[in-house]
Design a protein around this ligand. Structure first.
Ligand code: ATP
Length: 241
């Protein structure tokens, strides 16, 4: 019997995407013909050696960059043909980003950092709801300097999801964290995926983290070398590095 995820709608479709960076006479082929679909509600872990094209792929999904060739669809919208203004609207309305470094405003509390987004979004949750979802309800009046690295990253996740984006794109969200705090960040990401159904793409260098994914995609030298459903998904608490 097909399970719900087998028949889920694709959120993103990439068709034969290439990205070439040209600096003077040097051309770097960061992506070489990537074809990939990402489905609603999926947690996808993206693995690959340094320089294999992971961030380039994430930037293209998030409308921060465009392919040199190939097509990128978000639902039925062709992002490859979008104007700068369309891409800005696409990012604002549909995409949450989480990076390795949290980029919080140091003079604002956790609640105020999240409110920066909720004040301008169309149908946001409250900062309190977003911070509760990542387990930071009791710390919402603390300043970033009063929070651990993992807690600051969870504020950044609350800020990214408060506008209820359909996709959450995370570039090494646990890269600066030890295993124990990193697991708490992964738990926050999984809670968001469970509660909001947010399709989540997570870049990591820690191979063990792939065990929390619904699907694992591996890049090598700009090409996909593996794209597989994970049959034995585990909770973040089972993972360590
Ligand atoms: N703006 C740019 N200009 C020139 N080359 C670039 C640019 N961005 C990325 N590249 C090159 O494209 C290739 C892929 O880079 P990318 O950052 O996507 O890899 P990655 O898998 O995310 O690496 P890492 O794990 O080290 O972050 C690399 O060779 C990189 O040097």
């Amino acid at each position: 019997m097909a399970n719900a995820r087998d028949i889920a709608e694709p959120v993103f479709r990439l068709v034969d995407v290439t990205r070439v960076f040209r600096t003077g006479k040097v051309a770097v082929h960061a992506l070489r013909g990537v074809t990939l679909s990402l489905n609603e509600g999926e947690v996808v872990v993206l693995l690959g050696a340094s320089g294999s094209g992971k961030s380039t792929l994430l930037n293209i999904l998030g409308g921060l960059d465009l392919p040199t060739d190939g097509q990128v669809f978000f639902r039925d919208r062709n992002l490859t043909r979008a104007s700068d203004g369309d891409l800005t609207r696409f990012r604002r309305e549909h995409v949450g980003f989480v990076f390795q470094f949290y980029n919080l405003v140091p003079s604002l509390t956790a609640r105020e950092n999240v409110a920066l987004v909720t004040e301008i979004a169309r149908n946001p949750m409250t900062p309190e709801e977003a911070l509760d979802m990542v387990g930071l309800g009791p710390r919402m009046d603390h300043f970033p300097s009063e929070l651990s690295g993992g807690e600051q990253q969870r504020v950044a996740i609350a800020r990214a999801i408060a506008k209820r984006p359909e996709v959450l794109l995370c570039d090494e969200p646990t890269g600066a964290l030890d295993s124990k705090t990193g697991v708490q960040v992964l738990e926050a990401l999984c809670a968001v995926n469970r509660n909001l159904g947010t399709a989540t793409v997570l870049i990591t260098h820690n191979a063990d983290i792939q065990r929390i994914a619904h699907r694992v995609v591996v890049l090598a030298d700009g090409r996909i070398t593996r794209d597989e459903v994970n049959p034995d998904r585990v909770a973040p608490s089972q993972v360590s590095w």
